[in-house]
Design a binder for this molecule. Sequence first.
Ligand code: HEM
Length: 332
Amino acid sequence: MKTANRIRAAFAALAFGAALALTPASAQAPVNPTASAVKEEQLLKELDRVTGRVSIPDRKAGVVIQPEGREFRALQTRAMPWVAIVAIFGMLALIAAFYLYRGRIMIDSGKSGMTIKRFGGFDRVVHWTTAVSFLTLAATGLNTAFGRSLLLPLMGEHAFAAWAEFAKMVHNYVAFAFMAGIVAMFVMWVKDNIFQMIDMEWIRSFGGLFSHQHPPSSRFNFGEKWMFWSIIFLGAAISATGLMLLFPFQWAGIQGMQWATLIHGVVGVVFFAAILAHIYIGTLGMEGAFDAMGSGRVDVNWAKEHHSVWAEEELRKQTPQPADGRLAAPAE
Ligand code: HEM
C-alpha cells in the first residue's frame, strides 16, 4: 500500500473509533423499550409507591412517586366540584319546589297571642355560636375549595391572595368554636332526640308536610331528630378530618391525609346542603318557628300544632305569657 493510502486508512480507523466512543451506551446495546416500560409498571404495582431510603427522621421524604396521588388529584379537581354543585343546587331546587307546592307552613288555628318558653338563654347562645361559626366555616371552606377558580379571575391575584390567606386563618380558628358547639348541643339535646314510638306517626304521614296533618310529637319531631343526628354524625366526621388537616401527619400517612382531605370536602358540602333545609324551615318555611331560637318563646298554638305532647306537658308546668311582653294580670 502506498504511504498516502496507509495514512487515509489510519484516519478512517481513528474516526470510526471516535464515533463509537461518543455514541451513548444505550444506543450501542440492543434496546427493547416495551420490556423496560413493563418492568417499570410492574415495579409501580408491586411497590405500591416508589420509595427511596432517607436517614432524616421524616421517613415520608423518601417517597418519590405515589401513584394514588394521581387518582386523588383527579377526584379533588374533577369530581369534587360536581359533588358540590349537585348537593347545594339540588337542595336549593328541592326547597324551591317544596315552597312552590306547599307555600309557607302557617299556624292553622292562627296565633293565640300567648307564648311559652321553648329554649333558655344558654341553649340559644350555644345554637347561635354553632350556627354563626358553621356558616363562617362554610364560606371560608368553599373559598378554599373553589375560590381559585371562581374568585381569582374577578378579584385579581393580589386581592385574592390576601383574602384567601385571611379566610384560611379564620377557618382554622373558628373551627374550635364550632366543635365546642357540636359537643354542647349533643349534651343539651340528646335526651329529647332519642327515637320514640310516637315518631312512627310522624314517619307514616311524613310530618304532614304534604297532607296538612299535624302528627303528635314530643319536644322534637322525627324530622328534627333526623336533622339532629345528621348534625352530630356529620359534625363528628368533619371535626375528626378537620383536626387531621390542622395537624398534618400526626395521625395519618400520605394516603390517610388524602382520604381526610376528600372526606372533609364531601362531608362539608353535604352538611352545608342539609343545613340549607334547616335554615329554610326555621325562617321562611314555617310561621312562628324562628321565635323558638329568637326570643326563646313560641306561640301556644304553634306548640300545640307542631309539638302537641310537649305543649301539653309544658302547659301543666308553665303559665303562658302574652306575646307583647306584658305579664299576665294576676287573678283577683
Ligand atoms: C341561620 C341559620 C339557622 C337558623 C335560622 C336556625 C334556626 C333554628 C330554629 C328556629 C330552631 C328551633 C326548632 C324548634 O323549635 O323545634 C333550631 C334548632 C336547632 N338548630 Fe338551628 N338554625 C340555624 C343554623 C343551625 C346550624 C348551622 C346548626 C348546626 C350545625 C343548627 C343546629 C340546630 C339544632 C341541633 C337544633 C335543635 C333541633 C333538635 O335537636 O332536634 N342550626 N334552629
